[in-house]
Structure formats: C-alpha cells, structure tokens
Design a protein around this ligand. Structure first.
Ligand SMILES: Nc1nc2c(ncn2[C@@H]2O[C@H](COP(=O)(O)OP(=O)(O)OP(=O)(O)O)[C@@H](O)[C@H]2O)c(=O)[nH]1
Ligand SMILES: [Mg+2]
Length: 452
C-alpha cells in the first residue's frame, strides 16, 4: 500500500505524543522534527514539508488547548489539522449532468479512470458516454471501447479522425441527451508543449464542467511541477489519485495536489473497474494515523461538559475492570442523550467494529430504547444489589421486575448485558486508543458501551 511506511512512522509519532507524561518545548521540537523527516522521506516536496512543520511548531508553541483537552491530545489535533492541509479540501464530484475531461501523462490511469467514473455514474442511475479523444496511442480506441462494453455505457470514437477537437464535437452532439460525458485524452511521457497545446485547444473547444487531473500516487517529485503547469494551462478542477494500492511513497502526488489546490475526488485502488473510492480527506488521514474518526472525537471533546479530572476518574474506574451495576447506571444516566450513541460509534475506528455497515440506524434506535428501559429497571434495585450484582437471584429478579413495571426477561437481559459489558471492558483494558476515545466521549457527555 502506498503511504504504508509514511503511515507507520506517523503513528509512531502520534503514540509518542500521546504517551508523553507532559508536553514541553523540547517534546514539540522533537515532534516537529519527526514530522518533517517523515514527510520528506515520503517524497513530500521539501518546501511544503518545511512550511507544514513550521506552522505546526508555531501553533504548538502559541495556541492553548481548549478547556478539557489534554495537552497531548491537543498536539495530536494540531498534527492532524496541519497534515489535512496537504490533502486538500473536502469536496465531492456532484451528480449533476456534466462533461468531464481527464488529463495527465502517459500511463497514469486516465483511460482506466474514465471507465471507473463511467461505472460510478451508471450505478447512480445516470446515462454515460465515453469519448475516445486519445489520438496518439493506436490501441487507445480499442481499450476505451472495450471498457465501455464492460461498463455497459455509450461509446464514441473515430479511428480515422486525428483531431481530438473534431472527435469531441461530434461525440458531444451525439451524446446530447446523456447526463455524463467523459473525455479520455492522450498522455505524453513528459510534459511537453505539444500536449499542453492539445489539451488547451480541446478544453477551449469543449468547455468541460470538470477537468480532472489523473495522477499515479507513486510518482515522485516531478509530480508537483507537472500539475502546476497543467493547472496553469487548463485549470484543474479536481484530482483522481490512482494506484493507491501500489508501492510508492505517495508524497510526490500529494505535493502536486497541494500545489494545484484542487480537491482529490477519487482514489484508484486497483486495476479493476470497481476499484475506485470516493476520497474523504478527513477519514483518509484518520485512517492513516490510526485514530478512527478523530475529528468527531475532537468535536465532542471540545464541547466539554465535565472536567478532565471527573472523566479521568470514570475512565480509570471503567478500565480497572471493577464495574458494577452502579457504574453502569452512572454511565447510562449521565450519557443517555438521544443521538449520542451514533456519534460514539461513528467515532470508533471501523476495524474495531468488524468493518463498515455493521451498525445501522435501527440497531441504534434499539440501543437507545433499551437504555431507557434498563434505567427504569435499575431504579428499582437497591444500592446493595447494584454494588453486588451477583446477589440478584430469581426472587430478587422477580421483585425488581414487578417494582419497575417491566418483565423478568427484561431484568435478565439487563444482567446478561451487564456481564457482557464487564467482559468487554476487561478485554479492552490496556488499549490506549480505547481509553482515549472513552475519555473524550466522557468529557463530551456521551457514552454507551452498547454494541462494542
Ligand atoms: N494497480 C492499479 N493499476 C491501475 C490503476 N489505475 C490504472 N492502473 C493500471 O495502470 C496502467 C495504465 O492505465 P491507463 O488507464 O491505460 O493509463 P492512461 O493514463 O490512460 O495511459 P495512456 O493512455 O497511455 O496515457 C494499466 O495497466 C492499468 O490497469 C489503479 O488504481 N491501481
Ligand atoms: Mg489512456
């Protein structure tokens, strides 16, 4: 995977910051130096790496953590925010009808991406036409034609026509009723005036809504100047970063993206036409850093309601494994606001939950309803029972069920859940990341251990 070593070293740095007993000038200096070295090693443009590390240092030295946020977490937040500036703004390609022109050098993945885009829009129920405007490579026509058959979309090409402008004019006329038109253009092995001239002419004639720059994630330092030049000539509106499944350093392509300041819309993750993902810079970076949806966590932490000391106390108690029904009640009473379970789950790294899509809306609604029911049951227990759940035998269970106006099954299911929760907490003991998430959630007044 591209960026793997980049990711590993960044994670290492994050771990070092999180694990530091306090934050001082020398830690900040060390971290800034680390980040700078990691960026340069990943092939990020030196100027950009220096700028970023300088900004990071300035912010770390001058800004104060918001109330309730530990200085360590604050430094992690700054690293995250500064790295995000390289990845560009968050923006997705709209689904309105449009003409898209793909540009880039030889072999970067333009033709493949044209097919992937076609499939993407087809899946959204939109009609698509692919236009073969690469007049230089003899096999280009056949390649795109074959892709259009695989995708099941319209195709326009003319083997005998050597002027891409004429091809596009005819194609757009024929495709007038289609929602999406995608133009595949020629590449060159280096950026020459001929290519620039060709794509400029084409752009002026066609006036596409989007000019997408296709770039292989593993290209090195030459990526920046290439992107800059193409941007000057045709104005890049978005980027498709291909071959993210490859073994490159990735920093060169990212520098190019930072240079043109256009959003990355998609990343290519394989040769197959399904291997394309919508790019979300925040999610991508959080994954790279191994932090789950850090942004959501930080938002929660920022709306601090209880003091860090209180949060620390609760977390320490939960993590100690001494967890009785009183604790469970405490947690539920404090944190059973509607909507918060979703937030908590969304903020967790997906891997810990067994992959995306596992937890849907109805599960969450169910969890919230159950939470209310369980609180009613707990209200009918004595303090002694809550501190010593093991004394809850059949007769006590019947009494609690009656007292709370619920059922024996409901009480038993609460006890079952309590046991499972206790076991989960035991299993998660010592997991630093979990502790951090928990702490942040507690500070924000949001916690449910349901579904974990
Ligand atoms: N692994 C991987 N391979 C890719 C990806 N995208 C494209 N490729 C491969 O890269 C090679 C070049 O892709 P093309 O789509 O032909 O590139 P192009 O920019 O159209 O190339 P020219 O038309 O020659 O300028 C092909 O072998 C593709 O299968 C990707 O995301 N991952
Ligand atoms: Mg091509």
């Amino acid at each position: 995977m591209v960026l793997e070593s980049f990711s590993n070293s960044l994670r290492e740095t994050i771990r070092r910051v999180s694990g530091a007993s306090y934050v001082d000038r020398s830690l900040v200096k060390d971290v800034v130096r680390d980040i700078q070295r990691i960026l340069i090693r990943a092939d990020v443009n030196v100027k950009l790496a220096l700028q970023l590390s300088r900004d990071l240092e300035n912010r770390a030295m001058s800004e104060k953590p918001p109330a309730g946020m530990a200085p360590q977490d604050f430094i992690v937040k700054l690293i995250y925010e500064e790295l995000l500036t390289i990845l560009g703004s968050e923006s997705s390609l709209s689904l309105s009808p449009k003409t898209i022109m793909l540009v880039g050098l030889y072999g970067q993945g333009k033709t493949t991406s044209a097919g992937k885009l076609a499939r993407f829009f087809m899946k959204k129920g939109m009609s698509v036409g692919l236009i073969a405007a690469d007049v230089h490579r003899a096999a280009a026509y056949d390649q795109l034609h074959q892709i259009s058959e695989e995708v099941g979309c319209n195709f326009y090409g003319d083997r005998n026509q050597k002027d891409p402008v004429k091809i596009c004019r005819a194609a757009l006329k024929q495709f007038d009723s289609l929602k999406i038109k995608i133009i595949d253009t020629s590449g060159r092995d280096s950026l020459d005036d001929e290519l620039l001239e060709e794509i400029k002419k084409l752009k002026d004639a066609v006036r596409p809504d989007e000019v997408l720059f296709v770039i292989d994630a593993s290209v090195g330092q030459q990526a920046g100047p290439q992107a800059k030049k193409i941007n000057e000539v045709v104005g890049i509106t978005g980027v498709i970063l291909t071959k993210m499944d490859g073994t490159g350093k990735g920093g060169g392509a990212l520098s190019a993206v930072a240079e043109v300041k256009a959003p990355i819309y998609f990343i290519g993750t394989g040769e197959h036409l399904n291997d394309m993902e919508i790019f979300n810079p925040k999610k991508f970076l959080s994954r790279l850093l191994g932090l789950g949806d850090l942004d959501a966590l930080l938002e929660v932490a920022e709306s601090a309601e209880i003091t860090p000391e209180e949060a620390e106390k609760s977390v320490t108690r939960l993590m100690s494994g001494k967890f009785d029904l009183m604790d469970m009640y405490d947690v539920w009473e404090k944190f059973s606001k509607p909507g918060l379970i979703r937030k908590m789950i969304d903020a967790l790294p997906l891997s810990r939950l067994g992959g995306p899509g596992k937890i849907d809306g109805s599960t969450i609604e169910g969890a919230e309803g159950k939470l209310r029911l369980y609180r009613t049951i707990l209200d009918s227990m004595s303090y002694y029972e809550m501190k010593n759940p093991e004394v809850l035998n059949s007769s006590r269970i019947v009494r609690v069920a009656r007292g709370s106006g619920t059922s024996v099954e409901a009480v038993r299911s609460l006890l079952k859940e309590y046991k499972a929760m206790k076991k989960n907490i035991k299993n998660l003991q010592g997991n630093r990341n979990f502790k951090k998430i928990l702490k942040a959630q507690l500070r924000g007044g949001d916690l449910s251990l349901e579904n974990m």
